[in-house]
Design a protein around this ligand. Structure first.
Ligand code: HEM
Length: 114
């Protein structure tokens, strides 16, 4: 089995069984998982959230979350949720994993938020 097939298999398994948090190497892996599963995944401060089940409940609307699929939302999130109200507490329920610390060091992907 190729490396990528193995990654997809293991990750999809963890994702659907919610057996453990998923460690993503980079944004490409986040995008791949979103595509394969048809879910809406966003990244905020190195944590990965599956907001699919929150789309209809989001006070800011579902469209903006769908536009943010597969992206880093740090800047736009901070812009619209300041001062911080309920959002951080709600988000905890949707966390599925995190970006690897290696990725954190590569700042270039952060330049383009939504
Ligand atoms: C799990 C992730 C998110 C949660 C739990 C969340 C939660 C909330 C909540 C509770 C509000 C009401 C205002 C407040 O209490 O702060 C809100 C408003 C809003 N959110 Fe989110 N949000 C999330 C992600 C995002 C993202 C990624 C975007 C943009 C890409 C966004 C854009 C907005 C906008 C535009 C509003 C309306 C602000 C206004 O009308 O003043 N949200 N969100």
């Amino acid at each position: 089995m190729s490396a990528i097939c193995s990654w997809v298999k293991d990750t999809a398994f963890s994702f659907f069984s919610q057996s453990k948090e998923i460690s993503f190497q980079d944004m490409e892996e986040v995008r791949q998982l979103a595509e394969i599963t048809g879910k809406v995944l966003i990244v905020y401060k190195d944590d990965v959230f599956d907001v699919t089940k929150y789309l209809s409940d989001h006070p800011g609307g579902k469209e903006i979350l769908m536009l943010a699929n597969g992206k880093v939302v740090d800047k736009i999130f901070d812009k619209y949720h300041y001062p911080l109200g309920d959002a951080p507490k709600i988000m905890k329920k949707f966390k599925i994993g995190y970006l690897s610390p290696d990725w954190y060091l590569k700042q270039k992907e952060r330049v383009k938020p939504v």
